[in-house]
Design a protein around this ligand. Structure first.
Ligand SMILES: Cc1cc2nc3c(=O)[nH]c(=O)nc-3n(C[C@H](O)[C@H](O)[C@H](O)COP(=O)(O)OP(=O)(O)OC[C@H]3O[C@@H](n4cnc5c(N)ncnc54)[C@H](O)[C@@H]3O)c2cc1C
Length: 506
């Protein structure tokens, strides 16, 4: 007989937004049947109800859960996302695309991008690097198809993610989780009981008096952090001095152009998102309360819609930053309770996904080894910091001087870790990446070049590869891209053929 500590027998999740149901679904798939999973949520409190754009790793999350893509897109009124078009960010009347996937195709030991940069700086190729993005070629033509598994084809050089209705997504995952044994309890948590000897959470009590005990608790209660902060006082690192937006107003409108990408348009005091779904377009204005009032932001948002508003603008408030301890005692915070960085690069659902997968990988037993907690907190903090730096780059790299927000951002000090990366790129055209980096080289290239950070010279090695027929290869790549896009269906046709959602009653 093994004398190893017993595995967990009960896990309690507090909160039923995207974070709660993603966690419940993944835990049910991983440990359901051997461990009781209970989720408490309060319809009276409700969810934040936004969070509709994602990045490609979400597909792995769905695959792990065995979720069929067509069913998922249909049931969430979803659409496909090839990247983000940034409008007026680096300067006004300018746009660029942050694609999911690489630029061009590799044809030498030196990366494509290095060759392109050499040609570009020498004036031998015109136009932005976007011209060599398969995602952008598809996006601007309004087309969509799955990437090819054949690595020799240009159609293998892109990736994609989804847009979906946040409420339908949580409902979809709820059905998944409940079918696998997760017990849902309706009610408002009014008390959190801590154990005398070690301060571990023992139970939560609902407004109707029900007491729910557990060995391990997951706080998915949203911004307030009901367990991790209000009960355990984990602390919060505030990053507003680097990412000053602290408000949003959100409103859906009737569907306009059905683009296979998100659009982010910089405004006077923040930026506006546009997310096309099958049944509507989601919109929001993320802004800084220091520079614009909520009413003015709502007016700006309503004026910038490309269809009739379907509801009144809904205000949301947040403090950018992260929890100092994501995992404290027997409680892990996942979702908005763990921290929030604005939705500029659609990273929140991703942080939820990675938080869950990390927790499953480091799942404790009844001994609750502090080493697991330490590792979880270290990895998660690093992940937040890397994403933070990438987001700050969008604000810092601007020539805009036309409003207070942009003047503040252009002048603000930035983390040394980000300055180091910018210096490498500006001086030598080099990309330095941390091994853990979520946003790979093409993402950094997109934002650097798209927002006006140009290297002084191409990397030295590219300048020494004299014999490589670069101009010829660039022309071949462009031709292959044009031919591939010509064969693809439109985004609308692709959805109609594979995953059209039911038309909802008005
Ligand atoms: C303006 C904005 C735009 C965003 N856009 C994106 C995006 O495009 N892409 C992306 O990935 N993410 C985005 N996000 C983030 C995304 O919305 C969240 O990460 C996601 O919805 C998860 O939220 P949550 O489940 O942690 O919290 P919530 O949705 O707030 O859910 C909290 C849950 O806890 C429950 N609860 C709270 N208190 C109690 C209590 N006392 N008793 C019982 N239950 C309780 C509530 O009822 C609810 O079920 C955005 C966020 C904001 C603010």
């Amino acid at each position: 007989m093994s004398d190893a500590p017993a595995p967990l027998k009960s896990i309690v999740i507090v909160g039923g937004g995207s974070a709660g149901w993603m966690t419940a679904a993944a835990l049910a798939q991983a440990v359901g049947g051997t461990c009781a999973i209970t989720l408490v949520e309060s319809e009276a409190i409700g969810t934040v109800g936004v969070g509709e754009a994602t990045i490609p790793p979400i597909r792995h999350f769905n695959q792990r859960l065995g979720i069929d893509e067509a069913t998922f897109v249909r049931e969430t009124q979803g659409s496909f996302k090839l990247g983000i078009e940034f409008v007026d960010w680096g300067r006004k009347d300018h746009r660029y695309f942050h694609p999911f996937g690489q630029y061009g195709a590799e044809f030498d030991t030196v990366p494509f991008y290095h060759h392109w940069m050499r040609e570009h700086l020498a004036g031998r190729t015109e136009g932005p690097i976007d011209d060599f993005s398969m995602c952008w070629a598809m996006a601007k033509a309004g087309k969509f198809a799955h990437p090819s598994p054949d690595r020799r084809l240009i159609q293998s050089t892109f990736d994609y993610a989804y847009h979906f209705d946040a409420g339908l997504y949580a409902a979809f995952l709820r059905r998944y989780a409940e079918a696998r044994g997760v017990k849902r309890v309706e009610g408002k948590v009014v008390d959190v009981a801590l154990r005398g000897e070690d301060g571990f959470i023992e139970a939560v009590t609902l407004d109707n008096g029900t007491r729910i005990a557990g060995e391990f608790f997951i706080d998915c209660s949203g911004f307030r952090g009901l367990l991790i902060e209000e009960a355990l006082h984990a602390g919060y690192d505030n990053w507003q001095h680097w990412l000053p937006c602290d408000r949003a107003v959100a409103v859906p409108c009737e569907r306009g152009e059905f683009t296979p990408y998100t659009r982010s348009t910089a405004r006077e005091a923040g930026w506006q998102w546009r997310i096309p779904l099958q049944h509507r377009t989601g919109n929001g204005y993320v802004h800084c309360s220091q520079f614009i009032s909520e009413d003015e932001a709502a007016t700006t948002l309503l004026q910038g819609l490309d269809g009739k508003a379907m509801a009144d603008p809904r205000p949301l408030r947040f403090v950018t930053g992260k929890r100092r301890e994501f995992w404290k005692r027997n409680c892990v915070a996942i979702g908005l309770s763990a921290g929030f960085m604005e939705p500029l690069e659609s990273t929140s659902l991703h942080l939820i996904q990675y938080g869950i997968l990390r927790l499953i990988a480091l799942l404790p037993d009844s001994a609750m080894s502090p080493l697991l907690l330490r590792e979880y907190n270290a990895q998660t903090a690093r992940e937040y910091e890397l994403i933070r730096d990438f987001l700050i780059l969008h604000y810092k790299a601007t020539e805009r001087q036309d409003s207070e927000l942009w003047r503040y951002c252009a002048a603000m000090p930035i983390p040394d870790s980000l300055q180091y990366k910018i210096d490498h790129f500006r001086t030598n055209g080099m990309l330095v990446a941390d091994g853990q980096e979520l946003f790979a080289n093409p993402s950094w290239i997109a934002v650097y070049l798209g927002q006006g950070i140009t290297p002084a010279r191409a990397p030295a090695l590219a300048r020494m590869r004299e014999g490589v027929p670069v101009a010829e290869r660039l022309a071949q790549i462009r031709k292959a891209m044009d031919e591939a896009v010509a064969t693809m269906p439109s985004h609308g046709e692709f959805i109609a053929r594979h995953c059209a959602a039911p038309v909802l009653a008005a």
